[in-house]
Design a binder for this molecule. Structure first.
Ligand SMILES: [Zn+2]
Length: 264
Protein backbone atom coordinates (compact mmCIF):
# COMPACT_ATOMS: atom_id res chain seq x y z
CA UNK A 1 0.00 0.00 0.00
CA UNK A 2 1.30 3.50 -0.74
CA UNK A 3 1.64 5.92 2.13
CA UNK A 4 -1.17 8.00 0.59
CA UNK A 5 -3.60 5.07 0.63
CA UNK A 6 -2.46 4.11 4.15
CA UNK A 7 -3.30 7.66 5.24
CA UNK A 8 -6.72 7.31 3.63
CA UNK A 9 -7.44 4.00 5.40
CA UNK A 10 -6.40 5.45 8.75
CA UNK A 11 -8.58 8.52 8.12
CA UNK A 12 -11.56 6.22 7.46
CA UNK A 13 -10.83 4.14 10.58
CA UNK A 14 -10.59 7.39 12.54
CA UNK A 15 -14.00 8.52 11.28
CA UNK A 16 -15.41 5.13 12.28
CA UNK A 17 -13.83 5.42 15.76
CA UNK A 18 -15.39 8.88 16.11
CA UNK A 19 -18.86 7.76 15.00
CA UNK A 20 -18.92 4.70 17.25
CA UNK A 21 -17.77 6.44 20.44
CA UNK A 22 -14.31 4.84 20.47
CA UNK A 23 -12.67 8.27 20.45
CA UNK A 24 -14.65 9.45 23.44
CA UNK A 25 -13.85 6.34 25.50
CA UNK A 26 -10.23 6.05 24.43
CA UNK A 27 -9.22 9.72 24.71
CA UNK A 28 -10.53 9.87 28.29
CA UNK A 29 -7.75 7.47 29.32
CA UNK A 30 -4.88 9.48 27.84
CA UNK A 31 -3.12 12.78 28.39
CA UNK A 32 -2.09 14.07 24.98
CA UNK A 33 0.51 16.68 24.05
CA UNK A 34 0.91 17.61 20.39
CA UNK A 35 3.73 19.57 18.85
CA UNK A 36 4.05 21.64 15.71
CA UNK A 37 7.09 23.38 14.22
CA UNK A 38 5.95 25.72 11.44
CA UNK A 39 2.52 26.91 10.31
CA UNK A 40 2.36 28.70 6.96
CA UNK A 41 1.08 28.29 3.40
CA UNK A 42 4.31 28.82 1.49
CA UNK A 43 6.34 25.76 2.45
CA UNK A 44 3.68 23.10 2.96
CA UNK A 45 5.66 20.50 0.99
CA UNK A 46 8.10 20.47 3.88
CA UNK A 47 7.34 17.68 6.40
CA UNK A 48 7.58 19.87 9.52
CA UNK A 49 5.33 22.62 8.15
CA UNK A 50 1.56 22.57 8.52
CA UNK A 51 -0.60 24.70 6.19
CA UNK A 52 -3.00 27.19 7.81
CA UNK A 53 -6.16 25.37 6.67
CA UNK A 54 -4.94 22.05 8.01
CA UNK A 55 -3.70 23.68 11.22
CA UNK A 56 -7.17 25.08 11.84
CA UNK A 57 -8.72 21.65 11.11
CA UNK A 58 -6.43 20.11 13.73
CA UNK A 59 -7.31 22.84 16.24
CA UNK A 60 -11.04 22.27 15.72
CA UNK A 61 -10.50 18.53 16.13
CA UNK A 62 -8.67 19.14 19.44
CA UNK A 63 -11.49 21.39 20.66
CA UNK A 64 -14.14 18.88 19.72
CA UNK A 65 -12.54 15.79 21.28
CA UNK A 66 -10.39 17.02 24.19
CA UNK A 67 -10.28 19.51 27.00
CA UNK A 68 -7.54 21.75 25.58
CA UNK A 69 -5.54 23.19 28.49
CA UNK A 70 -2.18 24.96 28.88
CA UNK A 71 0.76 22.58 29.28
CA UNK A 72 1.42 24.12 32.71
CA UNK A 73 -2.06 22.99 33.81
CA UNK A 74 -1.23 19.43 32.74
CA UNK A 75 2.07 19.60 34.66
CA UNK A 76 0.32 20.97 37.76
CA UNK A 77 -2.17 18.10 37.47
CA UNK A 78 0.64 15.52 37.18
CA UNK A 79 2.35 16.93 40.25
CA UNK A 80 -0.89 16.81 42.25
CA UNK A 81 -1.59 13.25 40.97
CA UNK A 82 -4.87 14.42 39.41
CA UNK A 83 -6.33 12.45 36.52
CA UNK A 84 -5.46 14.42 33.38
CA UNK A 85 -7.05 11.93 30.99
CA UNK A 86 -8.93 13.61 28.16
CA UNK A 87 -6.79 16.74 28.25
CA UNK A 88 -4.62 17.92 25.37
CA UNK A 89 -2.05 20.69 25.19
CA UNK A 90 -0.63 22.30 22.06
CA UNK A 91 3.09 23.01 21.81
CA UNK A 92 5.47 24.45 19.22
CA UNK A 93 9.20 23.77 18.98
CA UNK A 94 12.22 25.85 18.02
CA UNK A 95 10.87 29.44 17.74
CA UNK A 96 9.98 29.97 14.06
CA UNK A 97 8.65 33.42 13.18
CA UNK A 98 5.42 32.08 11.67
CA UNK A 99 4.48 30.88 15.16
CA UNK A 100 3.70 34.47 16.17
CA UNK A 101 2.67 35.77 12.75
CA UNK A 102 0.47 32.89 11.58
CA UNK A 103 -0.28 30.31 14.28
CA UNK A 104 -0.90 32.62 17.25
CA UNK A 105 -3.71 34.63 15.56
CA UNK A 106 -5.51 31.38 14.63
CA UNK A 107 -5.12 30.03 18.17
CA UNK A 108 -6.32 33.37 19.54
CA UNK A 109 -9.41 33.37 17.32
CA UNK A 110 -10.25 29.81 18.42
CA UNK A 111 -9.53 30.59 22.08
CA UNK A 112 -6.88 27.89 22.42
CA UNK A 113 -3.86 27.99 24.76
CA UNK A 114 -0.40 26.90 23.57
CA UNK A 115 3.21 26.71 24.69
CA UNK A 116 6.12 27.83 22.50
CA UNK A 117 9.48 26.13 23.17
CA UNK A 118 12.32 28.29 21.89
CA UNK A 119 16.01 27.58 21.32
CA UNK A 120 17.21 30.84 22.88
CA UNK A 121 20.38 30.99 20.77
CA UNK A 122 18.28 31.10 17.55
CA UNK A 123 16.01 33.96 18.59
CA UNK A 124 16.67 37.16 16.67
CA UNK A 125 19.32 35.54 14.42
CA UNK A 126 19.59 34.44 10.76
CA UNK A 127 21.00 31.05 11.71
CA UNK A 128 20.02 28.15 9.43
CA UNK A 129 19.91 24.84 11.32
CA UNK A 130 21.14 21.66 9.59
CA UNK A 131 17.59 20.32 9.11
CA UNK A 132 16.58 23.45 7.16
CA UNK A 133 19.61 23.68 4.84
CA UNK A 134 17.72 22.06 1.94
CA UNK A 135 15.13 24.87 1.92
CA UNK A 136 15.41 27.58 -0.72
CA UNK A 137 13.72 30.13 1.54
CA UNK A 138 14.05 30.14 5.32
CA UNK A 139 11.11 30.56 7.69
CA UNK A 140 13.16 32.77 10.02
CA UNK A 141 13.16 32.99 13.80
CA UNK A 142 11.15 35.22 16.11
CA UNK A 143 12.94 38.08 17.79
CA UNK A 144 12.60 38.73 21.53
CA UNK A 145 9.87 41.35 21.05
CA UNK A 146 7.83 38.70 19.24
CA UNK A 147 8.45 36.12 21.98
CA UNK A 148 7.34 38.71 24.55
CA UNK A 149 4.29 39.48 22.38
CA UNK A 150 3.29 35.80 22.52
CA UNK A 151 3.59 35.91 26.30
CA UNK A 152 1.44 39.07 26.46
CA UNK A 153 -1.19 37.29 24.36
CA UNK A 154 -1.39 34.76 27.18
CA UNK A 155 0.66 31.96 25.64
CA UNK A 156 3.36 30.09 27.54
CA UNK A 157 7.05 30.11 26.66
CA UNK A 158 9.23 27.06 27.33
CA UNK A 159 12.93 26.19 27.11
CA UNK A 160 14.40 24.10 24.29
CA UNK A 161 18.14 24.58 25.10
CA UNK A 162 20.23 27.44 23.76
CA UNK A 163 21.69 25.92 20.56
CA UNK A 164 19.34 22.96 20.03
CA UNK A 165 21.97 20.51 21.22
CA UNK A 166 21.47 16.73 21.32
CA UNK A 167 21.74 16.37 25.10
CA UNK A 168 22.52 12.64 24.89
CA UNK A 169 25.60 13.34 22.75
CA UNK A 170 27.46 15.84 24.96
CA UNK A 171 29.07 15.55 28.39
CA UNK A 172 27.21 16.50 31.60
CA UNK A 173 28.99 19.86 31.90
CA UNK A 174 27.81 20.82 28.40
CA UNK A 175 24.25 19.68 29.20
CA UNK A 176 24.24 21.83 32.32
CA UNK A 177 25.70 24.82 30.46
CA UNK A 178 23.09 24.60 27.66
CA UNK A 179 20.20 24.32 30.10
CA UNK A 180 21.44 27.06 32.41
CA UNK A 181 22.13 29.49 29.56
CA UNK A 182 18.69 28.89 28.07
CA UNK A 183 16.95 29.28 31.41
CA UNK A 184 18.84 32.46 32.34
CA UNK A 185 18.26 34.04 28.91
CA UNK A 186 14.53 33.35 29.14
CA UNK A 187 14.37 34.75 32.65
CA UNK A 188 16.17 37.92 31.56
CA UNK A 189 14.20 38.47 28.34
CA UNK A 190 10.77 37.64 29.77
CA UNK A 191 11.38 38.96 33.30
CA UNK A 192 9.93 35.80 34.81
CA UNK A 193 11.15 32.25 35.51
CA UNK A 194 10.50 29.62 32.83
CA UNK A 195 9.97 26.08 34.09
CA UNK A 196 8.78 24.12 31.04
CA UNK A 197 11.37 22.15 29.09
CA UNK A 198 11.24 20.12 25.85
CA UNK A 199 14.16 18.08 24.53
CA UNK A 200 15.72 19.10 21.20
CA UNK A 201 15.09 16.42 18.57
CA UNK A 202 13.04 14.55 21.20
CA UNK A 203 13.70 10.96 20.11
CA UNK A 204 14.30 8.26 22.71
CA UNK A 205 17.96 8.23 21.67
CA UNK A 206 18.24 11.95 22.50
CA UNK A 207 17.03 11.60 26.09
CA UNK A 208 19.68 10.17 28.41
CA UNK A 209 18.92 9.46 32.08
CA UNK A 210 21.84 11.66 33.08
CA UNK A 211 20.51 14.67 31.13
CA UNK A 212 17.01 14.07 32.54
CA UNK A 213 18.48 14.30 36.03
CA UNK A 214 20.29 17.55 35.17
CA UNK A 215 17.06 19.03 33.72
CA UNK A 216 15.50 18.49 37.17
CA UNK A 217 18.52 19.83 39.06
CA UNK A 218 18.64 22.99 36.98
CA UNK A 219 15.06 23.67 38.08
CA UNK A 220 12.74 22.68 35.25
CA UNK A 221 9.36 21.17 36.16
CA UNK A 222 9.04 18.76 33.25
CA UNK A 223 10.82 16.91 30.43
CA UNK A 224 9.03 16.49 27.13
CA UNK A 225 10.17 14.09 24.43
CA UNK A 226 8.64 13.79 20.99
CA UNK A 227 8.75 10.19 19.88
CA UNK A 228 5.16 9.93 18.94
CA UNK A 229 3.24 8.60 21.91
CA UNK A 230 0.54 9.60 24.35
CA UNK A 231 0.73 9.69 28.15
CA UNK A 232 -1.16 7.85 30.90
CA UNK A 233 -3.79 9.95 32.75
CA UNK A 234 -1.43 10.55 35.72
CA UNK A 235 2.03 10.63 34.13
CA UNK A 236 5.48 11.41 35.53
CA UNK A 237 6.09 15.04 34.44
CA UNK A 238 9.72 14.20 33.69
CA UNK A 239 8.75 11.45 31.25
CA UNK A 240 6.22 13.06 28.97
CA UNK A 241 5.82 12.16 25.35
CA UNK A 242 4.36 14.18 22.49
CA UNK A 243 2.90 13.51 19.07
CA UNK A 244 4.60 15.62 16.41
CA UNK A 245 2.17 16.90 13.78
CA UNK A 246 3.69 17.24 10.34
CA UNK A 247 3.07 16.28 6.76
CA UNK A 248 2.65 12.60 7.65
CA UNK A 249 -0.73 13.34 9.26
CA UNK A 250 -2.90 14.17 6.26
CA UNK A 251 -6.07 14.62 8.32
CA UNK A 252 -7.08 15.04 11.98
CA UNK A 253 -8.89 11.67 11.88
CA UNK A 254 -5.68 9.97 10.85
CA UNK A 255 -4.12 11.47 13.98
CA UNK A 256 -7.18 10.42 16.02
CA UNK A 257 -6.77 6.85 14.82
CA UNK A 258 -3.05 6.90 15.71
CA UNK A 259 -3.85 8.18 19.22
CA UNK A 260 -6.37 5.36 19.71
CA UNK A 261 -3.76 2.80 18.60
CA UNK A 262 -0.99 4.07 20.90
CA UNK A 263 -0.92 2.66 24.38
CA UNK A 264 -0.61 5.44 26.96
ZN1 LIG B 1 13.47 21.36 18.18
Amino acid sequence: MTSRSRQRVKDLLGRFADATGIYARNFRSKMVIVTFHRVNDWMTEDPITCGTGRFEEFCLFFKRHFRVVPLSAQIAGCRAARDMGGTLSITFDDGYRDNVEVAAPILGRLGLPATFFVATGFIGTDYTPPWDRHLTRQAGWMDWDQVRALRRMGFEIGAHTDRHVDLAAVDPAAVRAELTRCRETLRRELAEPVTLFAYPFGGREHISEESRRIVQEVGFACCLGAYGGTNPPIPDPFRLNRVTIGGWFATPNQLGFEIVMRSA
